[in-house]
Design a protein around this ligand. Structure first.
Ligand SMILES: NC(=O)c1ccc[n+]([C@@H]2O[C@H](COP(=O)([O-])OP(=O)(O)OC[C@H]3O[C@@H](n4cnc5c(N)ncnc54)[C@H](O)[C@@H]3O)[C@@H](O)[C@H]2O)c1
Ligand SMILES: [Zn+2]
Length: 380
């Protein structure tokens, strides 16, 4: 048996944002989640104006830190409860959307974020949520996941609860049109990781394969242009759609060793999620190569490539293309650049091996010795 659980409604394409008033019809007060960076970029102006024109009152929460700890996420839950809105509108990247999703299932005050870390099935949705992503991206607008940092474990931990799947999603290219290139690059590679990991995951299903492959067909030809050319609106729109598809793929399947081993890099050294995944992507893909050759060859074919003939050559083409993407986008992939000392290796290995939830999805078994070698590649 396999299932595909998605948001109830998704609006995408030009002027999709104009759907917001209709989605808030009959609502007196909404709570808008965002952060200071997004506020400064001017991206909030249009959605807030649309709400004002439609007579929807709102409270604006912008004190959300990027990649919050579970304590910071809890402070957001308290602020949300004090604001007393009927609907959640999250306008932001994964950090904002994850905090908003946690609020959607903790609004009644019965449980805390810490309680969900212990048992995520406790969450109950009592407030409707509308997600408007401003990065392309985490796909958090599609998933039942919220990721928080757990400082005492020096890890980031995913809380997975189906009740968090958003009710409505708006994918409007205007929201990412002026995304700074370095954020577009790392968040775009995160979407690439979601798609390729889900496609090569032990948990892959026909549903996740459909979404993951569609995401790869959009990401691989568009990602560099979308990040590096401010005018490449079509490529940016393709990335926004792809990030959503890859989010659905996560919901139906699961990421693998790239995400598992990147969690300690975010949890302990505060390396942004997309950058940490960009670091782990190629070492893990090379490590997995013999176990995922058929899937990587299928990507070559789905992209209409004809250069390679054998399965091995086709798979190598896909691998090299991913390598080229990380290189062209100049995402730092050296741990030392983030001040990580070589002596921290054993701590990283231990924390990475704790992420069994995702490691078990990896087609090639990852032992502690393997994890050590993979981290060493980033420290060399
Ligand atoms: N829930 C999920 O399924 C899921 C999946 C992957 C990652 N995540 C989590 O999402 C978080 C990362 O989210 P992210 O990569 O989207 O980044 P983010 O939300 O942390 O944002 C990164 C920075 O980009 C800025 N920013 C965002 N949109 C902008 C815009 N349009 N213009 C200008 N600046 C903008 C923000 O102000 C912030 O400073 C991590 O905590 C990660 O663990 C969640
Ligand atoms: Zn991710």
């Amino acid at each position: 048996m396999y299932a595909c659980k998605t948001p109830k409604a998704v609006y995408a394409g030009q002027d999709a944002l104009n759907q917001l008033p209709a989605l808030l019809s009959g609502v007196k007060k909404a709570v808008v989640f965002s952060d200071r960076g997004i506020e400064k970029s001017g991206v909030l102006d249009k959605p807030l104006q649309l709400m004002q024109s439609a007579g929807v009152e709102y409270a604006l929460l912008t004190d959300l830190p990027a990649e919050p700890t579970y304590h910071q996420a809890q402070a957001t839950v308290e602020a949300f409860r004090a604001a007393q809105g009927e609907v959640i509108v999250a306008i932001g990247g994964g950090s904002v959307m994850d905090a908003a999703k946690l609020c959607s299932i903790l609004a009644d005050g019965r449980w805390s974020v810490k309680d969900l870390l212990d048992d995520p099935s406790r969450g109950r949705k009592t407030v409707r949520s509308v997600m408007i992503p401003t990065t392309a991206g985490t796909g958090a607008e599609a998933t039942p996941n919220a990721i928080v940092a757990v400082p005492e474990k020096e890890l980031k931990v995913g809380i997975v609860c189906e009740e968090m799947i958003p009710d409505a999603v708006i994918l409007d290219g205007e929201m990412i049109a002026r995304l700074p290139a370095h954020i577009a690059a790392s968040t775009g590679v995160d979407a690439l990781c979601h798609a390729v990991e889900c496609y090569t995951s032990k948990k892959a299903t026909p549903f996740s394969n459909l979404y993951a492959m569609e995401a790869l067909k959009l990401i691989i030809p568009n990602i560099e242009k979308a990040c590096l050319d401010p005018e490449a609106i079509e490529s940016k729109n393709a990335m926004l759609l792809a990030a959503y598809y890859a989010g659905v793929a996560i919901t139906c399947s699961g990421t693998t060793a790239v995400h598992a081993l990147s969690y300690p890099l975010g949890g302990k050294y505060h390396i942004p999620h997309g950058v940490a995944n960009a670091m782990m992507l190629m070492p893990v893909m090379h490590f997995n190569f013999d176990c995922i050759r058929a899937e990587l060859a299928q990507v070559h074919d789905a992209l209409g490539q004809t250069a390679a003939e054998t399965e091995a050559d086709k798979a190598r083409w896909t691998l090299e293309r991913m390598e080229e993407i990380v290189r062209t986008l100049k995402i730092p992939t050296d741990l030392k650049a983030y001040g990580v000392p070589a002596e921290d290796l054993e701590g990283l290995v231990k924390a990475g091996m704790d992420v069994q939830r995702l490691l078990v999805n990896n087609k090639r078994t990852v032992t502690a010795e393997d994890a050590r070698k993979l981290y060493l590649e980033l420290l060399a």
